[in-house]
Design a protein around this ligand. Structure first.
Ligand SMILES: [Zn+2]
Length: 539
């Protein structure tokens, strides 16, 4: 009957003192007996090996026998692992999840945890069940930390500001201490900081510029104005200057785009004592909670720049023209700039640092000056294309363009709806899991809260998308707003970092004379071009 045969490895882990709870029942002999009992009823599984980790903690995954077992898997010597329960595999939720969702599937491995009724052949490991189980195995997690959080969380969910000292650029509203209002002077400095970033300054460069201008650092400014500020420790130091860390913190703070983000930091884990940043899904985000200092478009642009800015010029204050954007067509790595001095002159090249040993066979090197010429010509041509496309489209029935855009928005709405359904399903199964004893009451409450919050976020997103759809369908000028990002550069002669960041998504270097530029708003461009050719065909 059974056609597939599974080359099976038994994995047994004897708990170490630090996570030993069940004592006798977890002995090696008992685990082995249980597994053998199970195998009797599963003739499709053929045992090819057994691995025992004796007294090694479930927290660490660097266990001798576990590693040896994974080596067998990697060599293709087995495609099934069987354990007594999930906690044999590991007690660290994130690592366990990584094995279940990524590593085992990647090697086509079937994983069975007998006492937990887990068999990846039958269930989708993506579901709630595994994550619930894993949380329970994270036994030190049953702590008071979840409880202490919740009181403030209610306030946060209402969009009320709960922090003590508002970020630089805002002050508390005098009439409503739970709201933030703009502090005119500091807000102007914040705008300067974002502007400089868009213009290609590094964080160090921005800090230096502000210090040169004699602008007080946030801490000094708050002290000077008698605004609330942190005290004690480093805060008591006098004359604190702007530093790159402060700049980065400001540039990545969504508060400036009008969104209230709270609950970012906490001491959520029993593994670390210090305050750490929580995962983004646990943050409380309320959009348009207060007036924005930075427009959303520019804020997003800066986030993109910072993702690209991994490498700044070692000596200069600016990043290189193509930093982060230039991709090696052979291996996909980001290319690095280097200076080659020759006869008293400096020449600049971009090259791929991967190397032949690590899988890049081309090792292309391009001269920066040649690249600039080529990219400039291409950017100019693209802008001209868009300008004429914009003109041609202005003659096309606006409703058909609007409909095209509305369709795309509808697709996004539908996707959010299906995610919502999933979350509601997870939420519905929580109660059952608590009744089964898979979840403690605390965990049940906490997960329920989290799912409710996720659902709220999605519903809010969809409400926003529906508004946008309405705007698109009723308002003519909105429809091609993106072209403005290009046509404002119509008289461009040379390219700088700002142009590159604004217009180009990435440049793949395929060979010495072969590059492939992918522009921003490529999807909008393609949609518009397609629409135009359709209209032309119909006419
Ligand atoms: Zn490469």
């Amino acid at each position: 009957m059974q056609e597939t045969r599974y080359k099976t490895l038994k994995y047994i882990r004897l708990s170490s003192a630090d996570d030993q709870k069940n004592g006798e029942s977890d002995s090696v002999a008992n685990q082995r007996r249980l597994i053998d009992e199970y195998l009797k009823n599963h003739p499709e599984m053929e045992v090819v090996g057994e691995f025992v980790d004796d007294g090694v903690s479930g927290i660490v995954f660097d266990r001798p026998s576990f590693n040896a077992m994974m080596a067998v898997i990697q060599d293709g010597g087995a495609n099934c692992i069987i354990t007594k329960d999930l906690s044999r595999l590991g007690r660290d939720r994130i690592e366990t999840g990584r094995y279940l969702r990524r590593i085992f599937p990647a090697f086509g491995v079937r994983f069975i945890a007998i006492n937990d009724n887990i068999d990846t052949l039958n269930d989708s490991t993506d579901g709630l069940y595994i994550s619930v189980k894993s949380i329970i195995n994270d036994e030190y997690c049953r702590d008071i930390s979840i409880k202490t959080r919740s009181a403030l969380d209610v306030k946060r969910a209402n969009g009320d500001y709960t922090g003590g000292c508002p970020v630089y650029g805002y002050v508390k509203d005098e009439n409503d201490k739970n709201k933030l209002v703009i502090d005119g002077y500091a807000a102007e400095v914040v705008r300067d900081i974002f502007r400089m970033k868009i213009d290609g300054y590094s964080s160090a460069g921005i800090a230096k510029t502000l210090n040169e201008r004699g602008i007080l650092s946030p801490m000094e400014y708050k002290k000077d104005r008698g605004l609330p500020h942190p005290t004690g420790g480093y805060a008591d130091r006098n004359g604190a200057k702007w530093c790159p860390t402060t700049i980065i913190r400001i540039l990545s703070d969504e508060t400036y785009a009008g969104t209230l983000v709270q609950g970012r930091y906490g001491t959520p884990t029993y593994k670390l004592r210090e305050v750490v940043e929580r995962p983004e899904v646990e943050w409380h985000r309320i959009e348009n909670a207060h007036e924005a200092i930075i427009q959303r478009h520019n804020f997003d642009l800066v986030q993109k720049i910072m993702r690209l800015d991994t490498r700044t010029a070692p000596n200069g204050d600016k990043v290189y023209l193509f930093s982060g954007i230039l991709i090696c067509g052979c291996c996909g790595n980001r290319m690095t700039r280097k200076t080659v001095p020759y006869k008293g002159e400096n020449y600049y090249y971009y090259w791929c640092p991967t190397g032949k040993k690590n899988g890049c066979t081309e090792s292309v090197m391009v001269k920066e000056s040649a690249l600039i010429d080529c990219v400039t010509a291409n950017v100019k041509a693209h802008i001209t294309n868009i300008a004429s496309l914009e003109m041609l489209l202005s003659g096309i029935d606006a409703t058909s363009i609007a409909r095209g855009l509305a369709d795309r928005l509808a697709g996004q709405i539908a996707e959010n709806e299906s995610r919502l359904d999933k979350i509601r399903g997870y939420k519905a199964s929580l109660f059952e899991n608590m009744m089964n004893g898979n979840l403690s009451k605390e965990e049940y409450k906490s997960l329920k809260g989290k799912y409710s919050q996720d659902a709220d976020t999605l519903m809010a997103a969809n409400a926003k998308l529906r508004n946008e759809t309405e705007a698109v369908l009723s308002c003519r000028h909105e429809r091609m707003a993106w072209t403005g990002h290009f046509t404002e550069y119509q008289n461009l002669e040379t390219i700088d970092r700002r142009t590159v960041i604004h217009l180009i998504h990435s440049i793949r270097v395929l060979g010495k004379r072969d590059i492939e530029i992918s522009f921003n708003y490529q999807l909008e461009y393609d949609t518009a071009a397609e629409l135009f050719s359709k209209e032309k065909g119909a006419a």
